[in-house]
Design a protein around this ligand. Structure first.
Ligand code: C2E
Ligand code: CA
Ligand code: CA
Length: 629
């Protein structure tokens, strides 16, 4: 149970109890005065005032956010004593009034005692530890009193009072259990029995305040299992649930007593550490702790005879002096966790300021990218593609973004953002339209190319309107001849979707004359099998292999293998990132068809490309003439 909430609940009752003692207390003094027992009653009232003052100071002392658990426990003990004493004072009134049979004050005494029992039940029933002793203080004098009457009705009343006592005890026990159960359910995850998100956030809020007050340090771990969805999708949710339970057991066993562990939902878990005196110690400890935990989580799982191997991405964040809200710390741990995912999963990232800055930068890029089209900040470049005789035969369209604040932002940075936000649909549409316009203009100027390549994002490719959009744009700008020049470059990540869907979309586009190229070939996961199934016309040998030609034998081997394979599958090959003669010669000798790279030209603006084309044609004419002479 969350003790702090419960203590806060009890704290309010201190005031109520003081009120219920001081005000009726005055009436009791009056009655006593009328019946000649003023002095003891007066002394009693002074005691009530003294205890009330003490109670009030306890009320003021309570500060759950800044009290460590030791201090809280001490406070609770004092508060228990306060309630014992104040109810004992009411029993004292009973002892004082009960003998005054002649003035019938004994009736008032009995009523008062029962009334006090009702008050105690109302205020304290949910706290067994407090309520049971208070009941003894209130009910025992009553039972004894009835017995001491010595008549038959006295014994009957004594039995009745004992029964009432028992009923109250029973009620307290039940309501305590119910409360515990409710608390438990409200704070725990029903699948794993760990704490839930709600508890975790509450706990973090308190921890942060406490840590700041006491100048200590703590850390949180945010754990997200890698590819957990695959387990759910392939083996079913039942197996998935069992995996989550097993993960929870492992975390619990690994953490021991000192940590608060919760499941935030899905396959996300958090661990909050205990408190540390030293920041450095806390930080070192947290990393070591996370690494060992990750090892533990990666041990094989045997579930329903399946042998499963899991890994996790873990974000770590320190909690310390920096004043902040729980939300904030959790968000930062989340950023670190996502960074671990981005760096290939199965890893640990500790949140730091540089990471925060980068995330901030990305958010700012995201905001500004939104207006890039509107502000005319998007431009296209065309990088020449040559054949083995160094004749210009085509180009690749590459996008550029020039922003007021950040200047030139490379596509490697903003394409990913545009994909994530969905802006790529609009941006991709714009790129396609602008490049079709260029192709149309070139065609009219007599610039004859063999191919015209445009990069496509996966998200664009699978967008519902994609086909319609391409058809409309081809209709609008391209002729039967020029549309056959179009090549869409896709990457191997496209294979995340099912093959039939990919093939269906590709075939529809091929019908209007568009060809496909597999970009960055060799860097992704595509298998030979999927390559053979897909209606691809061209392979692009990734720049990373080309640039290492002179350095690594393995890269040479990779290239010759890709080129040989392309020949078997009857695919055209384009090498990208050709930067020198040596690379060009090597690629040419091994049967590569098309070459693109800084060796020939950087990506050019439209007009510059036109000039490059004319120069290249002129150059060729001179060379041909020389050959003839
Ligand atoms: P990519 O498709 O692999 O494009 C080739 C990249 O290599 C281009 O970078 C190009 O400028 C660069 N490059 C070309 N020759 C050389 C060379 O000899 N040496 C070196 N070091 N680099 C060379 P860029 O323009 O920065 O584009 C980066 C990536 O951004 C592209 O990689 C592509 O994945 C993406 N991208 C660019 N334009 C578009 C676009 O219009 N749409 C989509 N969806 N993605 C695009
Ligand atoms: Ca490309
Ligand atoms: Ca590429």
């Amino acid at each position: 149970m969350n003790q702090r909430n419960f203590y806060t609940f009890l704290q309010k009752h201190i005031l109520l109890m003081i009120g219920l003692s001081l005000l009726p207390g005055l009436a009791y003094i009056g009655l006593a005065w009328l019946n000649g027992i003023a002095t003891p009653a007066f002394i009693w009232y002074v005691l009530v005032i003294a205890v009330s003052l003490w109670g009030y100071s306890l009320y003021r002392q309570y500060n759950p956010e800044h009290m460590l658990s030791d201090a809280l426990n001490r406070w609770y003990m004092k508060m228990m004593i306060f309630f014992y004493i104040i109810f004992a004072l009411w029993s004292l009134v009973f002892v004082l009034y009960a003998p005054a049979v002649k003035s019938h004050l004994n009736y008032i005494a009995i009523f008062t005692q029962l009334g006090a029992a009702v008050v105690a039940s109302t205020l304290l029933i949910s706290d067994k530890r407090l309520f049971f002793p208070v009941l003894v203080i209130l009910m025992l004098p009553l039972v004894i009193y009835f017995m001491l009457i010595g008549e038959w009705y006295g014994y009957v009343l004594s039995v009745f009072a004992t029964v009432l006592w028992g009923v109250l005890l029973y009620a307290s026990d039940k309501s305590y259990q119910l409360l515990q159960e409710n608390y438990y359910q409200a704070q725990h995850d029903s699948l794993t029995g760990l704490f839930n998100r709600r508890y975790f956030v509450d706990y973090m809020d308190q921890l942060i305040k406490r840590v700041q007050y006491s100048q200590k340090f703590a850390y949180i771990l945010l754990i997200d299992l890698d590819h957990f969805k695959t387990i759910n999708d392939t083996l079913g949710h039942e197996v998935g649930d069992k995996v989550l339970i097993e993960v929870a057991r492992r975390i619990e066993a690994y953490c021991g007593e000192n940590h608060v562990i919760s499941r935030l939902g899905g396959d996300e878990f958090t661990i909050v550490s205990g408190e540390f005196e030293e920041m450095l110690h806390c930080r070192e400890f947290s990393q070591d702790f996370a690494e060992k935990l990750l090892q533990r989580l990666k041990e094989p799982y045997v579930i329903d005879r399946h042998h499963l191997y899991l890994s996790a991405s873990i974000g770590v964040n320190g909690i310390g002096r920096k004043s902040s809200e729980a939300r904030h710390f959790i968000k930062e741990a989340d950023i670190a966790m996502y960074e671990a995912k981005a760096q290939g999963r199965d890893g640990i990232i500790v949140f730091n300021e540089a990471l925060a800055k980068r995330v901030e930068y990305h958010l700012e890029l995201e905001r500004r990218l939104y207006f890039a089209l509107e502000h005319n900040e998007i431009d296209l470049r065309y990088q020449p593609q040559m054949n083995s005789r160094k004749e210009l035969i085509g180009c690749e369209v590459l996008v550029r973004w020039k922003n007021e604040k950040f200047g030139f932002v490379p596509p490697s940075e903003f394409i990913g953002i545009a994909e994530k936000t969905g802006l790529i649909i609009e941006l991709g549409g714009y790129i396609m339209e602008e490049s079709f316009k260029t192709l149309k203009a070139w065609n009219e100027q007599g610039i004859v190319l063999e191919q015209f390549s445009i990069n496509l994002s996966v998200r664009q490719f699978f967008h519902a309107d994609f086909l319609v959009q391409v058809e409309a744009l081809t209709e609008k700008y391209l002729t039967d001849r020029t549309r056959k020049l179009i090549v869409f470059e896709v990457t191997e990540t496209i294979i995340i979707e099912d093959m039939y869907k990919i093939i269906a979309i590709m075939n529809k586009l091929r019908r209007i004359g568009i060809a496909f190229s597999m970009d960055d070939f060799g860097t992704g996961y595509s298998s030979l099998g999927s390559l053979r199934q897909m209606p691809i016309d061209e392979l692009k040998v990734d720049r990373s292999f080309v640039s290492h030609i002179s350095k690594y034998e393995s890269d040479k081997l990779m290239i010759t293998t890709i080129l040989a394979m392309a020949k078997i599958f009857d695919l055209k090959t384009v090498a990208e990132g050709v930067e020198n003669e040596e690379q060009f010669e090597f690629l040419k000798d091994n049967g590569c068809n098309v070459f693109q790279g800084f060796y020939f030209s950087k990506p050019l603006e439209q007009k510059a490309f036109e000039r490059y084309y004319l120069n290249n044609r002129e150059q060729r004419r001179i060379e041909i003439n020389e050959e003839h002479e």
